[in-house]
Structure formats: C-alpha cells, structure tokens
Design a protein around this ligand. Structure first.
Ligand code: XIL
Length: 364
C-alpha cells in the first residue's frame, strides 16, 4: 500500500522534481562551496536550485580560523554563515579538529620548547570549540567535529600530536565540548575510506568506544571521494548496514568521482609523484565515453543510497561544478570532471543519470 502510494507520489512529482536534486532526494542535498560564494552571484541560481545544505570548503578549518594562539580570523566564516542565512541554506561547520599534523596549526602541539601536555592540548581544543560552536550557535545546524582520525593501512588511530598527547581521549572530549556549546547541533565524525574493509572495522571500534564513554556522536561522515571504475559499492553497503545496526545516521559528506585515477600517487612512498604530475589527459575536454561511464557509476551509487533512506541523512558533493572542484589541484594540477555540473554549470550526463535514478519509480 505504502509502496503504491510512493510510486504514485513519485509519478506525480516526476516532472516537477526531475530537474532539481534537492527536490528529488529523500535525504538533505548539500554541497561544499568556495569560501567566497557571497561574492559570486553567478553561482547562486545553480546552488539554490539543487542544494539545501552548504559546507565552507576551507574558511572554518582550524588553520584558517586560529592560525596562531588566540589570533582569530572569523570574517570569512561570518560572511559564509550570513550568506547562508540570507538564502535560507543550512550550514555544515567543517571542521573543529582535523586530526592530522599537517592540518593542525603547529602551535596547538607546542608548549614553549616542549610538546604540550594532554591538559594543555585539551584546554586549547576546548577554547577553540567553545569559540567556534558558541559563536554560531543556532546558526550552524551540524558540525564535522573530528575529521580523519583513523589510520590508513591498518592499526587504529592516525599518529598525530593529538594521539601522542591524549591517546583517543581527544575525540570523545571534542564531542563533549561541541555538545555543551550547542546542544541542538548534529555532531559528526567524518573520515575518508572509512567504508573500506579494514578501516571500517577501525571506525566501528572507535564508535563503540566513544559510545561507551558517553560521547555525543550523532552521525558518521563518509567523505566519498571516489575514483572512476573503483567505487567500493560492496564495502559501502556493508558499512551502511553496520551503521544502521549501530543506530547511527550517515552523511555522505564530500562526494565526487575523479575521472583520472590517482591511487598510485600515494603508493611506494610517493615515488611516482614526478611522473604522475605530468598526467593531464583531458586538458581539452573529457571524452564522451568517460562521461557516460561516470554517469553510469554515479547512478549505481544513488541506486545504492536509495536502499538506505532511513540511514542516509544527507549527501553533499564537494564543490558546485567541475571548474571549482578541488580535484583540479589535488594531489596534482590537472583538468578534472568529478561532479554533476560542467564548467558552465550545465548538467552533465551524470546529472541526468542520477535524476533518472531518483525519479523513476520502477528503479525502486
Ligand atoms: C580540501 C579543500 O577542498 C582544498 O581546497 C584544500 O586545499 C584542502 O582541503 N577532506 C576534507 C576536506 O575533509 O576538508 C578537504 O578539502 C578534502 C578532503
């Protein structure tokens, strides 16, 4: 009965919703945006048509907001939050702690000539979180509280100044402090590759431990920075099931599908960097067959997401269109095509395929 109703509902709304992502998705639709979006009215129509949640790409990160002790740079975040309010968009705060040494301003870890003690580091973290979450209380709906704390290649947590001083305690504390500063904000643990076998188990161990400590973790962020032909559908499904069992919500927080394979960049201790940094195969345009393959793979991904509407609370892309993608620069300079919209903000085959998946009743 419900199914019939849903089908009728979709059939009735198909034409209406067929060109707007935010109207077609059963979860919140979001996007990571250049910090200067308020200065770019040409981007607003595309943004408003498809997205309801916005994440600032860089300006809320600790290195941007508190580059040295007590020196705060909040004009960027203030403008971003005000812009979102003026457009009735919800903000994802990103991020309070980035548990990587090259992403944490060095002063956090130092106490004069010696490494900061656990007490000093946690006090600094609390001050940072109080300031950020407190300032935007009621105006930032959800926070990425801790980003990328799990180790790659096995083990448990990533080695960093945080773990060296505090073990895993800093993670629980970060959630406690954030919750105290805004009890209404949805709090997220965010990471990459955390759907993969191995890292998933590390994540589940961390989540169980946080729960045992009573830490207020409400959702898990799967960044979703995928590569064409290497999307881990099965691992992703196992992860969605495991998180449903753990009674946690999932957000796909930074989705994109790179069309230029990049995995080898990190292999063999980085010894391929020089050779890889010359790879730029689609500088004059992306071949239609690659765009078609990307479209198929995006559609398959959304088909999978649609099996878990009770688990997935939001799907956010990382950047608005191909021309703005971070993957044109990271980890080396190349012309990339990872998103649903092209450099003119026009829908790509991937957009059409995703919308078809979302609005065709028979595909449910
Ligand atoms: C990236 C930004 O997009 C780049 O502009 C910046 O140079 C580096 O960070 N995971 C995250 C995001 O959580 O904050 C990263 O954003 C992409 C990977």
């Amino acid at each position: 009965m419900l199914r019939t109703f849903t089908c009728l509902f979709f059939a009735a709304t198909a034409t209406f919703a067929a060109d707007s992502l935010r109207q077609a998705t059963p979860w919140a639709s979001g996007v990571g945006l250049s910090d200067r979006i308020a200065d770019h009215p040409e981007d607003w129509p595309l943004l408003m048509k498809h997205f309801a949640y916005v994440t600032p790409e860089n300006c809320m990160k600790p290195a941007a907001t508190q580059p040295s002790a007590g020196v705060w740079r909040l004009e960027g975040p203030d403008r971003f939050v005000e812009f979102a309010r003026s457009k009735d968009l919800k903000v994802v705060g990103h991020c309070l702690v980035w548990a990587k040494d090259d992403r944490t301003p060095a002063w956090f870890y130092q106490d004069g000539a010696k490494p900061a003690s656990k007490e000093v580091l946690l006090a600094r973290m609390k001050e940072h979180i109080d300031k950020m979450v407190g300032r935007y209380r009621g105006r930032i709906a959800t926070w990425d509280v801790v980003n990328e704390a799990l180790a790659d290649g096995g083990g448990y947590l990533r080695d960093s100044g945080w773990t060296r001083a505090c073990g895993e305690e800093f993670i629980a504390k970060a959630f406690e402090y954030a919750h105290a500063a805004d009890p209404d904000a949805l709090l997220i643990y965010n990471d990459y590759n955390n759907e993969l076998d191995g890292k998933r188990e590390q994540m589940l161990k961390l989540l169980a431990s946080l729960r045992a400590r009573g830490a207020p973790v409400h959702a898990v962020g799967l960044q979703g920075h995928y590569e064409i032909d290497r999307i881990p559908y099965e691992a992703l499904e196992k992860t969605l099931i495991a998180l449903r069992e753990a009674k946690l919500k999932v957000v796909v927080s930074e989705l994109d599908i790179d069309v230029i394979p990049r995995g080898r960049w990190w292999a063999d201790n980085g010894s391929h960097h020089e050779e890889m940094s010359k790879i730029n195969p689609y500088a004059n345009g992306c071949p239609p067959e690659i765009l078609a393959r990307q479209a198929e793979q995006y559609a398959k991904l959304f088909k999978l997401f649609q099996k878990y509407p009770d688990v997935i609370a939001r799907v956010s892309f990382w950047n608005l269109h191909d021309g703005q993608s971070w993957l044109n620069k990271f980890p080396w300079q190349r012309v990339n095509y990872p998103l649903l919209f092209d450099r003119q903000g026009q829908p790509k085959p991937a957009f059409t395929a995703v919308m078809k998946e979302l609005t065709t009743p028979t595909s449910k």
